[in-house]
Write a protein that binds this ligand. Structure first.
Ligand code: SAM
Length: 277
């Protein structure tokens, strides 16, 4: 079955046909490959073929066809309303976690552009033993309802709450945070045509594009208003797009100290963190 599925994907022009065939077989049968080898029969074979054929014919992301994506070892429900969690974002979670992990008092976190909920949930899991409350906001109600499904599935309902908000629009003046984290839309709208077709056709445009030439509009808006909602000495942590680190650093210099940029595995400045003065 693995070979059959590999062939279907290969013929359909799927580059990662081996890894995806394994993913399909394991996730649809709900068994790992070593368990499959000793099982009497492989369950749900029809379903596997159906998924492989759909992937080969439509080139829709495998995560959309399966209905889930892995992020930091957990399964997240994904669909056309949310960005598929990216590997790069794990670095943002790690850096955000390091900023806050030693705090002894209650930890309040705001996640702007919650999407699938992957950042909020991953932080809630890592900080599970702490007294922590994470507020995830998004302008898209459809994204929020997907995030809610993930929060329920991961049993984090007591740690993560959600609200529809255009950046800070629905954050009350009395709400103050130790950390504001965001992976905002950062691709300049002008680069839309150069974008990979799969990204362009299947990820929600609301999650991808910033309206300005440099793609830094969301950083600008968040940095301007963040001091009002951060506790004294509170932190900001952003994921960055390519060539944005220096521009975002400049924006931060007015009201923030301890600005730190971290590169991803590809050597791209991927995360920027800073502390309010
Ligand atoms: C790049 S995605 C990040 C999703 C998720 N946090 C992740 O890292 O996978 C950006 C998210 O910001 C949301 N968004 C776009 N404009 C927004 C706005 N004005 N206010 C709040 N959220 C917004 C999008 O709906 C999308 O879910």
């Amino acid at each position: 079955m693995l070979k059959t599925i590999e062939n279907i994907l290969l013929k359909g022009g799927i580059e990662e046909y081996r890894a995806e065939a394994k993913l399909i077989v394991e996730s649809v049968s709900n068994l790992s490959l070593d368990k499959i080898l000793i099982a009497d029969e492989l369950p749900n074979k029809e379903k596997m073929l159906e998924i492989a054929n759909k992937r080969a014919q439509t080139h829709a992301p495998i995560q959309h066809i399966l209905g889930f994506a892995y992020f930091m070892g957990e399964k997240y429900i994904v669909n056309e309303n949310v960005l598929i969690p990216r590997d790069e974002t794990e670095l943002l979670v790690q850096k955000a976690y390091e900023l806050i992990k030693n705090q002894q008092t209650k930890i309040d976190i705001l996640d702007i552009g919650v999407g699938s909920g992957c950042i909020s949930c991953a932080l809630a899991k890592k900080l599970f033993e702490k007294d922590i409350e994470i507020l995830g906001v998004d302008i898209s109600l459809d994204a929020i309802s997907t995030a809610l499904e993930n929060i329920n599935k991961l049993d984090l309902i007591r740690k993560v709450i959600l609200r529809k908000s255009d950046i800070f629009s629905k954050i009350r003046d009395i709400e103050k945070f130790d950390l504001i984290v965001s992976n905002p839309p950062y691709i300049p709208l002008s680069q839309k045509d150069e974008l990979d077709n799969v990204v362009k056709n299947f990820d929600p445009h609301l999650a991808l594009f910033a309206p300005d030439e440099d793609g830094i509009e969301f950083y600008k808006k968040i940095i301007e208003t963040a001091p009002k909602f951060l506790k004294k000495g509170g932190f900001l942590a952003f994921e960055l797009g390519v060539n944005q680190s220096e521009k975002v650093k400049k924006l931060l210099e007015k009201d923030f100290k301890n600005i730190e940029i971290t590169k991803d595995l590809a050597g791209i400045d991927r995360v920027i963190t800073a502390q309010s003065v």
